[in-house]
Design a protein around this ligand. Structure first.
Ligand SMILES: Cc1cc2nc3c(=O)[nH]c(=O)nc-3n(C[C@H](O)[C@H](O)[C@H](O)COP(=O)(O)OP(=O)(O)OC[C@H]3O[C@@H](n4cnc5c(N)ncnc54)[C@H](O)[C@@H]3O)c2cc1C
Length: 459
């Protein structure tokens, strides 16, 4: 008589995009049902994909991930495919203006007027060099081991921006990319700097948001995943039972529990890996080495304000624009995401050291500084401020995704393959600090686990 095989038990630690992508992919790829448990420490799914509402008006804004990176024009974009499959409607986003010394620079003529002919020529020369270094297709493929650009990831910054001859042109580029980098150029790699410059060109990358808020992705995914989802459940430790399965211990409501699993996926961002103890003579040092390799924290600070009206639109009508304050920050017209929104919502995205240090101040100080940084041309038309929110994301992303010397993909995802081949790590810090990257990571691990399930011996 043939006995039925028990369902493979998979624990996924972290209910952010990484954990949900992994569960969704595994469900799709496994050749049989899988018993999945998602452990999420907070009271909600979604992690840094977060679309709250202002209390006073119910108006939505993005407090975490701002936009989705669109690679559809290269013919292969797993995230866009997933968004489509989930039936979500998208809205293109765009913006090309940079506010320099309180004036809007929207094209090369503006740039010549503001910064002078020499700066414009210097910038054009840098732009040509950047494009020669990386074609749009190479940009799309970058990050994968073996691609042409990965060698540059070994080169610490910087011969690129630092090599821009004209000071004003160099400062312009630094401010333009600062909030995307979320770090200072000298703390990342030449390749990452170049990518963050080039991605401002739609030939390299386009942007979109999800109608109704980016967090709709989370709800749509969760509704399709057949898993036991435990909210308010913090994973505390992971270890191998002697000669047996993996053991995960967690606390929920002050009560400690444990479960046995055939595979465990740690879908946590780098700054939260320390919340779990990895136990065992081999596992503890392997995970410590994994953490050390990827220990390149980058910082964001978001300040979002609700005004009576979008008073900035006459000056800047795009989804976002760059501002040369705070070392370079991004201003989002959050209210443009929702055509029905009557109020105006303006969001500041600060990155790098200034985001880290300012985050230590109280909300009122942060809001006052953000308002004071508005160019006079905009501030003059300001309507009354109704409400302001601050979201601190110190250390929440990676300044050097993949690390100084990117490891082969297997090793990135499975730091201790000898005794713990069934313990996997999923994260954007392994790829490019984005949702596309964490999806690539989740797909890689899900395919690996599905293959192991298919290969498991039958009774
Ligand atoms: C301000 C900001 C702007 C961004 N903008 C963009 C953007 O425009 N485009 C883009 O593609 N990406 C953007 N990102 C990055 C994007 O948000 C991340 O790539 C994505 O959220 C990573 O998903 P994750 O699941 O790995 O981590 P997270 O989203 O951080 O989710 C991790 C989850 O794990 C849970 N957790 C932590 N510890 C434990 C534990 N011990 N046990 C159980 N659960 C635990 C957390 O509560 C959380 O829910 C931005 C990030 C920030 C902060």
């Amino acid at each position: 008589m043939q006995r039925s095989r028990p369902l493979p038990r998979i624990a996924i630690v972290g209910g952010g995009p990484g954990g949900l992508f992994t569960a969704h992919e595994l469900q799709r790829l496994a050749d049989r049902p899988v018993a999945m448990t998602v452990l999420e420490a907070s009271g909600r799914l979604g992690g840094k994909v977060l679309t709250p509402r202002f209390e006073s008006s119910g108006t939505r804004y993005e407090a975490g991930a701002a936009e989705f990176y669109d690679y559809d024009h290269f013919g292969h974009d797993p995230l866009k495919d997933l968004v489509r499959e989930l039936g979500l409607t998208v809205r293109p986003m765009g913006g090309s203006a940079v506010v320099v010394d309180d004036a809007v620079v929207a094209n090369l003529d503006d740039l010549r007027d503001r910064l002078g002919a020499e700066a414009a020529a210097s910038l054009l020369a840098f732009d040509a060099t950047a494009r020669d270094r990386m074609t749009p297709r190479e940009f799309y493929a970058s990050g994968e081991p073996g691609d042409a650009a990965t060698a540059a990831a070994h080169r610490p910054f910087d011969r690129s921006i630092a090599g821009i001859a004209d000071d004003r042109a160099r400062r312009f580029v630094e401010r333009m990319i600062h909030s995307d980098l979320a770090t200072e150029p000298d703390r990342t790699s030449e390749e990452y700097v170049m990518q963050n410059y080039l991605m401002n060109d739609p030939a390299y990358m386009r942007l979109y948001g999800i109608e109704g808020g980016n967090e709709r992705l989370v709800g749509a995914l969760a509704s399709r995943i057949d898993a036991e989802i435990r909210l308010g459940c913090r994973a505390e430790s992971v270890e191998r039972a002697p000669g047996g399965p993996m053991i995960v211990r967690w606390t929920a409501g002050g009560v400690e529990s444990a479960g046995k699993f055939d595979a465990v996926v740690i879908a946590l961002p780098h700054d939260q890996l320390g919340s779990v103890a990895f136990l065992g003579d081999r596992l503890a040092p392997a995970v410590a080495a994994h953490r050390a390799h990827h220990d390149h924290p980058a910082h964001y600070l978001r300040i979002t304000m609700l005004f009576d009206r979008p008073f900035w639109r006459a000056t800047c009508g795009d989804s976002f624009w760059m501002l040369d304050r705070f070392g370079g920050c991004c201003l989002y017209d959050e209210s443009l995401r929702d055509p029905a929104a009557e109020r105006g919502v303006l969001g500041w995205l600060l990155g790098g050291e200034v985001a880290r240090t300012l985050a230590e101040s109280d909300d009122a100080t942060i809001v006052a500084q953000a308002l004071a940084a508005l160019p006079p041309a905009l501030a003059r038309g300001a309507t009354p401020l109704r409400e302001a929110r601050v979201h601190r994301w110190t250390g929440a992303v990676s300044a050097l995704p993949g690390g100084r010397s990117p490891l082969p993909l297997d090793r990135r995802h499975c730091p201790e393959p000898d005794e713990h081949p069934d313990l996997y790590f999923v994260g954007d810090y392994l790829y490019d600090s984005t949702l596309n990257g964490v999806l690539d990571s989740a797909e890689y691990v899900a395919a690996w686990i599905a293959a192991r399930i298919a290969d498991a011996p039958t009774d």
